[in-house]
Design a protein around this ligand. Structure first.
Ligand code: UPG
Ligand code: MN
Length: 560
């Protein structure tokens, strides 16, 4: 990194002290053609705008003037989108990782610990069995198991989700050794069984165990409560007792439940399990909760007080891991002394399941989640896409050169937690930092952690980190690292677009607008690239104008 491939066509290799390389980067071919094409295209845009301007100055009628003005405005908006798109087309790059070389530069026992954050918010919109599959798929990563801690944030504060995860913890003791022994690629059980891999008796048996867990989780969901017959120990009962009569999703105390403890819980083969921790932060109608950014900041602090791993993976509950090697790929950058000091995050693309081949609704968002990101990657690095992203914890605490210290030293990114996750002092601190008033009058959301003020917290956070001087890397291996879900109803899809547009405009019109602050901090190309997303909603102007004006003009015999 640093030396980006601008102007050269050679593959850049980073090798460490004579060891084989961990990664390479090379510019994508065809950029020259695109630049020539862009130059010609730019000239025709100028000609079009000149034509509009000329006709505006010599209008024949008021109607003619208004139509031309509307078209000029529309074309100016389209020009802005075209110009900003060119920033993505100037230096797109393609990267390769060599995870097999990782153990040649460091021992597996020296791999950094990894905290995984999984967000869920509503058991009826995001079925708990899906959350369970996502959690299992990362718990079974090909990575030193005792170094993995999976934190599930439940913003729905639902006992149903907690129940599902308790069941997942039990099933994991069978599933993890099964995956490792049989070298399974699909480490989400649902994805594995869908492929009909059940040819051995061992696979048939484990499928039975999975199915019985799934039935239980779905029955509980259907009943809407965890009945006594489903509770198998006093410890579990104690956990569910936290759902008192006045517990609602908008108003309740923090619930933090350690479901698996990496220091003592073992799988059926006798190996240690990862940590699995359920977190539902405290909510109160009187305090702002800041949606997902608030949930993630609570997780940053809770995980900080319990394990404080230097690397964090953020996932939406529908983002299944599709490749157990993924953390090793991310570590190719995060453990490389050449890239690490300035590297905030390694972003994997969002790729979706269940889209039909022709994708007539463009649900794949390929341009947003894959194509443009390669363009960003050749500049200062991709934007943060909200899921499938490995962060350095340090990047949440100020710029690479100056640490923004948190209020309590135990939350500092380099603090070493030397007590077990279930010790009383650790749990007490975890509850304290998950409280809803903890952030008031602090730097959380402004200078520390995920940034508030936008519904598109992912875009906002990545952008602000880059403005602070952090870099990022796009990692797009051939086998998709994660597979997610897209909204399948028109209503959900429209709501998503509305939420994104509002969130992006909130950044676009803030004092940190990419068009002003961004251009100053990141330079013209990166500023423009970020501005394109911020003002995405402006597409509605040319779309509306071109949808109606030509037809109306034709019907009314106005020549344009
Ligand atoms: O108050 C909230 C709201 C949402 N979520 C979680 O946030 C994730 C994303 O929400 P979703 O409704 O699925 O939004 P999408 O539009 O599908 O998500 C895209 O856009 C979001 C930003 O708008 C990003 O955060 C996501 O990572 C990105 O996949 C889900 O796991 C939710 O459970 C919370 O934890 N708390
Ligand atoms: Mn989603």
């Amino acid at each position: 990194m640093g030396a980006h491939p601008q102007g050269g066509s050679a593959i850049q290799v980073t090798s460490i002290g004579g060891h084989p390389p961990l990664h390479t980067v090379k510019p994508l071919g065809r950029t020259l053609f695109n630049r020539v094409f862009a130059a010609i295209y730019a000239l025709s845009i100028l000609a079009l705008l000149f034509y509009h301007a000329k006709t505006l100055f010599y209008p024949t009628t008021l109607v003619y003037f208004s139509v031309t003005l509307a078209l000029l405005i529309s074309d100016l908006v389209l020009t802005f989108f075209w110009v900003s798109t060119q920033t993505f087309r100037m230096f797109p790059v393609c990267r390769k990782q060599f995870p097999e070389n990782l153990t040649k530069i460091m021992e597996r026992s020296d791999f950094p610990a990894l905290d995984v954050f999984i967000c869920t918010a509503d058991p009826y919109k995001e079925p708990p069995i899906g959350v369970v599959n996502t959690a299992l798929s990362v718990m079974a990563y090909d990575y030193p198991t005792e170094k993995i801690s999976v934190y599930v944030s439940d913003d729905g504060g639902s006992a149903l989700t907690l129940f599902a995860l308790m069941e997942a913890a039990k099933f994991a003791t069978h599933w993890l050794p099964f995956c490792k022994k049989n070298n399974v690629l699909e480490r989400s059980p649902e994805a594995y069984f869908e492929l009909n891999h059940t040819c051995t008796s061992e696979a048939v048996n484990i499928k039975k165990v999975y199915e019985s867990m799934k039935v239980k989780v779905e029955q509980v969901l259907e009943r809407g409560k965890v009945d006594d017959e489903y509770i198998s120990s006093d410890q579990e009962r104690e956990a569910f007792n936290k759902w008192t009569r006045n517990f609602t999703r908008q108003d309740h105390a923090a619930v933090i439940q350690v479901l698996l403890d990496a220091s003592k819980d073992k799988d059926i083969a006798g190996y240690l399990m990862p940590n699995l921790i359920y977190v539902s932060r405290e909510k109160s109608k009187a305090s702002p909760h800041h949606f997902k950014a608030g949930a993630l900041n609570a997780l940053l602090r809770v995980s900080g007080s319990m394990t404080n791993a230097p690397i964090i993976l953020t996932l939406d509950c529908d983002s299944l891991s599709n490749d157990p090697e993924t953390p090793l790929r991310a570590m190719c950058y995060l453990c490389d002394p050449a890239t690490r000091p300035q590297l905030a995050y390694v972003q994997f693309p969002q790729i979706f399941r269940g889209i039909n081949k022709s994708d007539i609704y463009n649900a794949e968002f390929k341009r947003l989640y894959q194509i443009n990101v390669m363009g960003f990657d050749g500049l200062s690095g991709p934007n943060y896409l909200g899921t499938g992203c490995f962060f350095q914890r340090r990047a949440f605490y100020g710029s690479p050169s100056s640490l923004a210290s948190p209020e309590i030293p135990d939350l500092a990114p380099d603090y070493i937690v030397d007590k077990p996750v279930q010790s009383q002092s650790v749990l007490a601190l975890a509850h304290q930092v998950a409280s809803c008033n903890y952030e008031s009058r602090s730097n959380w959301g402004s200078k520390i952690g995920f940034r508030y003020g936008s519904l598109s917290e992912d875009y906002h956070t990545g952008f602000r980190m880059q403005c602070e001087g952090w870099k990022s890397i796009f990692c797009d291996p051939d086998r998709p690292a994660f597979l997610g879900d897209v909204p399948i109803t028109l209503n959900d899809a429209l709501n998503q677009q509305k939420r994104w547009s509002i969130g992006l405009l909130e950044v676009g019109f803030s004092k940190y607008s990419p068009a002003t602050f961004g251009v100053k901090a990141l330079g013209l190309s990166m500023g423009l690239a970020y501005a394109q997303s911020a003002f995405w909603a402006m597409w509605s102007i040319p779309i509306t104008a071109y949808a109606f004006l030509p037809q109306l003009a034709l019907l009314n015999k106005v020549y344009i």
